[in-house]
Ligand binder design. Structure first.
Ligand SMILES: Cc1cc2nc3c(=O)[nH]c(=O)nc-3n(C[C@H](O)[C@H](O)[C@H](O)COP(=O)(O)O)c2cc1C
Length: 205
């Protein structure tokens, strides 16, 4: 068996939540998570990220309104497997979590930096694990009308809104979504080989 460690424990426990209780959280905890996240690697060490932390209820309401306007349009025209997936998960145009969570962390990337998208999302991954360590939860929300939100917040055009992370305590009972097994995703030496085959890593998985 692969031995379990702290990172594996946090990663396995972490799940997206879309409902929050309104219990306050400590801003120090959010800053701790940003501190961990900013240690992430980035292309040419450009660290192409900026954060806007919002707790003002009026501003959260405005952000929710703009997002929901974009979501209504998106949900009207969405087709195919994504439509089915959204229905199954009961994800609608309504984004209550944007007001419920005590904080919204808006993550921006600097478009002039090389690999700005890859670097920023890698950093977001660090942030999610740090939240889990602090017993906090989020949903990696990617609104359809990113630019409209950026404009509303007077963020310069050099920046792209990557995600809005509502941060708070979970009030969501949902189960963690299933993950593929190692055997389904890792090949050893030869594309398509099975890890469990004789001579491979059967004992380790
Ligand atoms: C790049 C990215 C975009 C996502 N966008 C949304 C989104 O707009 N709305 C949402 O409810 N969840 C969003 N999610 C959350 C995923 O649906 C969720 O991570 C996935 O279903 C796996 O569930 P888990 O995080 O609980 O393991 C996004 C996640 C990622 C990584």
């Amino acid at each position: 068996m692969v031995m379990n460690g702290r990172i594996l424990e946090l990663a396995t426990r972490r799940k997206t939540v879309r409902k929050f209780d309104e219990k306050e959280i400590k801003i120090e905890d959010v800053l701790y998570c940003i501190k961990a996240a900013k240690e992430a690697p980035s292309g040419m060490n450009a660290q192409p990220w900026k954060f806007l932390l919002v707790s003002n209820p009026e501003l959260k309401r405005e952000i929710r309104e703009i997002c929901e306007k974009g979501e209504r349009k998106f949900h009207e025209k969405v087709k195919g497997p994504l439509r089915g997936w959204l229905k199954e998960k009961r994800i609608t145009w309504e984004k209550r979590f944007l007001e419920e969570a005590p904080y919204l962390l808006l993550v921006f990337s600097h478009k002039k930096a090389r690999y700005f998208i890859q670097s920023t999302w890698l950093m977001i991954g660090y942030f999610l694990l740090a939240l889990e360590e602090k017993g906090l939860a989020t949903v990696t929300y990617t609104p359809p009308n990113l630019d409209e939100i950026r404009c509303y917040l007077n963020v310069p055009t050099d920046y792209r809104l990557e995600a809005i992370l509502p941060i708070g305590h979970s009030a969501d009972e949902k189960e963690k979504e299933k993950r593929k097994s190692l055997e389904e995703i890792v090949y050893l030496e030869e594309w398509g080989s099975k890890l469990g085959e004789p001579g491979k890593l059967g004992k380790l998985i």
